[in-house]
Design a protein around this ligand. Structure first.
Ligand SMILES: [Fe+2]
Length: 317
């Protein structure tokens, strides 16, 4: 009994039309498009839900401007949710029931969380096999070139914590998440349960300035990261950083600025963990965020590096 991942992320934004244009290009699938509400889905039926930021029914933002207003965590079953709500009460966090019937709590950062028995489908998506010398695994088959991404799921979210210890304690002790790796006192990578991808949540210490660092979308393999990213560049969307590779989690990544607020990421090929995974402690340094990364993205027309206009080094890891 455990949470299984992110079922939905709710955003409050200032420009609904720009948000719609971005999500159309991002490869997510249109479900609801109204002036006051957008719902887009990943392949597993995970949802991005967008409202105008002035909507009074939105939970408060934990930072100004366009940003995430709520995360809906999917659980395997009702018992997981009931047990989590009990642990919330024991921790002095009183759950509330929303108009939609979902139980909600507020995490120590001020972010609204809702819980539901997961509505997502389990996706099995084979990555393109890789040929090693003398060890071919892709035989009589070409490697694909993607002309856009088709995101499979909302894989993880990264939060800046005002009170890092409180946030680490809440997500491990109350939510039951498992530590995958850690920068002691600075950052912790957490997965919903022992068997699963490297992280569904990464918490970064940033006292006095809580916020959302980014939201990440799983794609099939490195080719889809690159093809998806080039497609976004061609449409004029600006890279935050990428493509590149994280040595912690092993994933290939590409992050984009967007009208929803925090950067959104395509990523693929992250580590998959079991009970036997050994968490490591790392000292925080830039080469642990990226083994390599292109600062300005790849130009969609020339496929050469763009000189970075915004290489702010915004703190990822
Ligand atoms: Fe990420």
């Amino acid at each position: 009994m455990a949470f299984s991942g992110i079922d939905a992320v709710i955003f409050g934004v200032s420009d609904m039309r720009e948000a719609q244009r971005f999500l159309d290009d991002w490869g997510t699938h249109k479900v609801v498009v109204r002036d006051d509400k957008l719902v887009y889905e990943t392949r597993d039926a995970g949802q991005i839900i967008v409202y105008d930021q002035s909507n009074p029914e939105l939970p408060p933002g934990i930072e100004p401007g366009n940003t995430v207003r709520e995360v809906i965590w999917g659980a395997a079953d009702k018992e997981t949710i009931a047990a989590t709500l009990d642990r919330c009460r024991s921790a002095g966090i009183e759950p509330r029931i929303g108009d939609d019937g979902l139980p909600r709590v507020t995490d120590p950062n001020g972010l609204s969380l809702a819980f539901q028995v997961t509505q997502r489908e389990v996706m099995t998506v084979p990555a393109t096999p890789v040929n090693g010398p003398g060890a071919p695994r892709r035989i009589d088959q070409r490697s694909p070139v993607h002309d856009r991404a088709d995101p499979i799921k909302i894989g993880h979210i990264v939060l800046f914590a005002n009170d890092f210890a409180a946030m680490r304690g809440f997500y491990t002790d109350v939510m039951g998440f498992v530590v995958s790796d850690e920068y002691p006192g600075h950052g912790v990578f957490l997965r919903c349960k022992a068997l699963g991808e490297h992280h569904n949540l990464f918490i970064l210490n940033r006292p006095g300035k809580p916020g959302i660092n980014h939201v990440a979308f799983t794609v099939a393999d490195v080719h889809e990261v690159i093809g998806g990213g080039i497609a976004m560049s061609k449409k004029g969307w600006k890279t935050e950083i990428g493509p590149g590779r994280h040595p912690i989690s092993s994933a290939y990544f590409w992050y984009f600025h967007n009208p929803l607020g925090p950067p959104l990421e395509y990523y693929a090929d992250e580590d998959f963990c079991t009970e036997a995974w050994k968490p490591q402690s790392f000292e925080r340094k830039p080469e642990l965020f990226a083994e390599w990364a292109i600062a300005g993205g790849i130009d969609g027309t020339t496929r050469r590096q763009v000189v970075a206009a915004d290489n702010s080094g915004r703190g990822h890891a």
